[in-house]
Design a binder for this molecule. Sequence first.
Ligand code: URP
Ligand code: ZN
Ligand code: ZN
Length: 463
Amino acid sequence: MRFDTLIRNGIIVTATDMYAGEVGIVGDKVSAIGAHLPSENTGRIIDAAACYIMPGGIDVHTHLDMPFGGTTSADDFESGTIAAAFGGTTTLIDFAIQYKGQSLRQAFETWMKKAEGKAVADYAFHCIITDLGAAQLEEMGQLVREGVSSFKLFMAYPGVFMLDDATIFRAMSQAAKHGGLICMHAENGGAIDVLVQRALAEGKRAPKYHALTRPTTAEAEATSRAIALAEMAGAPVYIVHLSCNDALEKVREARDRGLPAYAETCPQYLYLSLENFDVPGFEGAKYVFTPPLREKWHQEKLWQGLAQDTLQVVSTDHCPFCFKEQKELGKDDFTKIPNGGPGIEHRLSLVYTGGVHGKRFSPNRFVELVSTAPAKLFGLYPRKGTLAVGSDADIVIFDPNREDVISAKTHHMRVDYSMFEGIHIKGMPKTVLSRGRPVIDGGKFVGRPGAGQFVRRHTYAGV
Ligand code: URP
Ligand code: ZN
Ligand code: ZN
């Protein structure tokens, strides 16, 4: 047996196991896992001493090169996947947007072109549906068969992305028929719009009013409605970027009843709060994203939700806009601030720091939240999301004791601030392989734009 790469001296961590072992790689696949694997003629030996050997992270919620709010998100598929790789993410699922009047295929092809030749790690797409006629309804099944097996729908952003309940119900029924999974942006967009217009009429224009006009009740109501519509349609539903305890309770109730309801949260809701708006001038715009930040006490509820499997996934909702010139579009009116924040690079470190070092859950649960559960829910498992013979050799050598302080001065995202500036992390990737090739090694990017491939996903199979 001869390996192209052999990883030794580390502790293998999957969602279920943790043991001293070696991983042998041939080509782009894991070809052996064991003790004392033969090292003769091995191409490259990686010493993982004092480190975990874990499956590459999977971020199922990113917005690279996305036109939004009168501008375009600042990371494209090259800078975004490089930053992701620095943070231990080797696969991401981005969103292809179908604009009104377009076919779903047009959306898919447009986003395929954005990624082609640029991505340094693997990628897949969900399709955002904004216009669902008979033709697009038919296309949903075709897309599922081509590997775009999930769809994002919006209950917010009236006039831009928002769909009515009948359309949501139709889409859910069709997704259920073809094995697709509906990802839901759950906020009551109509009620929020009234609150926003009221705030503007009262001259409330500062960034914090973005958060104050989007109450937790609006998220909880929409979460509950999304789950009810999915139940009627006989469909599974996945609530994206869940931010507050009120919505968490709705997911818990549904899961207690045995419904296939799932949800993700994001590091910004675990680490940041309304207090972040207590900054001078327009600085609060750095924290304008949707759903917004909440009172601090929600954070611990979300951590508990992750520990108890009410929440299955941590994604980033990476949607970066520079403070200069992009966030500044809303200097005089919070409704014109492009919604979104940068986070693709620090997901693993932030979840490990708060989750494992914070004694809230085990290293296995950490791997499950950032890699295995996303792979299972979104049709990537077992090709990705675990370390097994035959899996893609997407591997992170993760040093659980390496420390750093997050800063825009040192991050790799193409954005001029960090939401997490000054936050101390413990637990960081040391070496990152994408399908057997090193992408990050010794703190340096060693990959190649264009090496990342589109991954056709299976249908939803449940966790
Ligand atoms: O503010 C956010 N989250 N921007 C990205 C679009 C979305 O709703 O996920
Ligand atoms: Zn959303
Ligand atoms: Zn998003």
